[in-house]
Design a protein around this ligand. Structure first.
Ligand code: PMP
Length: 409
């Protein structure tokens, strides 16, 4: 399997460079992934040949642009197994998708005394929209606890999700703890009480097969830039009945049916939620990224990344002074490993690793309540993707040992 994945690396020109005189080892994929040449070429091709505004013009370029944009929607539909393509709304990214749900569905369905259930492992983008909605509505925000090894406590979830719950908003995969949550089970719990479930798929869709019908999620959000596509394009999946009943998020061009002097009516889903000129090249780039990932196979990707984690985790844990957050074995772990080195601030560690060509993230990872829960101010984080290799991990381990020596910790 390694061989096939080794070849993949050649498709990513950015990886072929030195940083601080060392070959670049890019391990910040949870923040954003790199883009294969095929995606870059596709976007240039679109701008060189077909660029026009969509859904507005009968001229040839306008029709081509519209056709390609809608074809990209169809690719997303197939990729996540949505029942209908109109259940796929293009957004700016996960943050935009989640804000859309909070501002429309949330605004219209949450009242004083209702409850919104999140977890301690949420990224701020799946937390603050709900926190602010709860404040506006005088609703209560409840947090599902984590188990000692950093997994979602499903027994606590069962306690927290009640008849008072209107929305359950949970990450499909954590950007810090390296765990994938049982969204299907959580959806059952939510639906038992007539609540909806919103899943944040930002760290799941790039790394594992996702089937929204099988998960039975009501809403599902993800970003293109973490899955080989450009920044500024993302997806909100929503069940069509829910989307149809929701008010628009933004008002303006192309989301209307009729506009009169004092009132207006809205066009059908998904366009009702796509006001104004859209990121057409981004959507087409996302479509190409989906082609690329599908060609490799999402199950193969999940297995390859598991193999990288299996290789990396024991090596990290062997280094004296290293603490890994989340489960200490690779079972149920995805390609994110957050860690700290005793007596060294993660920012200093990340800076030292960069000197050896290794790019990792250091900080609170947009998860401040989780940092508090873990009783740390910040962590370093190595996150892998399809173009990473065991040699990259060897270089990470070497660089950590190098930092230990340099800082004498
Ligand atoms: N949720 C999770 C779990 C994430 O990892 C991220 C990105 N760090 C987001 C949401 C937000 O994604 P974006 O910045 O692309 O909107």
């Amino acid at each position: 399997m390694d061989n096939k994945f080794l070849k993949i690396r050649n498709d990513f020109p950015i990886l072929n460079q030195k940083v601080n005189n060392e070959p670049l080892v890019y391990l910040d994929n949870a923040a954003t992934s790199q883009k294969p040449q095929a995606v870059l070429d596709e976007m240039v091709r679109y701008y060189q040949n077909d660029n026009a505004n969509t859904h507005r013009s009968v001229h040839t370029l306008g029709e081509r642009a519209t056709e390609e944009y809608e074809a990209a929607r169809g690719k997303v539909q197939k990729f996540i197994n949505a029942k209908e393509s109109r259940e796929v709304i293009f957004t700016k990214g996960t943050t935009d998708s989640l804000n859309l749900v909070a501002a429309t569905y949330g605004e219209e369905n949450v009242s004083a005394g209702d409850e919104i259930v999140v977890s301690y492992m949420e990224h701020h983008s799946n937390l603050i929209p709900w926190q602010q909605l709860a404040l506006r509505k005088h609703a209560t925000l409840k947090y599902i606890e984590l188990t000692a090894d950093g997994q979602l406590d499903m027994a606590d979830a069962e306690q927290k999700i009640t008849v008072k719950t209107k929305i359950v908003a949970i990450a499909h995969a954590s950007n810090v703890l390296g765990v994938t949550n049982d969204i299907q089970k959580l959806a059952q719990m939510a639906h038992l009480h007539n609540a909806v479930i919103v899943a944040d798929g930002a760290q799941a869709v790039p790394h594992q097969p996702v089937d929204v019908q099988n998960l039975d999620v009501d809403f599902y959000a993800f970003s293109g830039h973490k899955m080989l596509a450009p920044m500024g394009i993302g997806v909100l999946y929503g069940k069509s009945d829910l989307l149809k009943a929701m008010s628009p998020y933004q008002y303006g061009g192309e989301m209307i049916d009729f506009v009169e002097k004092y009132q207006s009516t809205w066009t059908d889903i998904p366009w009702k939620f796509e006001a104004g000129t859209q990121n057409v090249a981004g959507a087409i780039g996302l479509g190409k990224a989906i082609d690329y990932l599908t060609e490799i196979g999402m199950q193969n990707i999940a297995e390859y990344e598991k193999h990288l984690v299996e290789y990396a985790l024991p090596k990290l844990l062997e280094i004296p002074g290293v603490t890994v957050y989340g489960p200490q074995n690779q079972i149920n772990r995805n390609a994110v490993i957050s860690f700290n080195l005793k007596n060294l601030h993660p920012h200093d560690l990340a800076t030292a690793l960069d000197m050896d060509g290794v790019a990792v993230r250091a900080g609170h990872h947009c998860a401040q309540p989780l940092m508090k829960y873990l009783n740390v101010v910040a962590t370093a984080r190595a996150s892998f993707y399809i173009y990473n290799t065991v040699e990259d991990i060897d270089q990470l381990i070497y660089a950590i040992k190098d930092a230990k020596e340099f800082f004498k910790v």
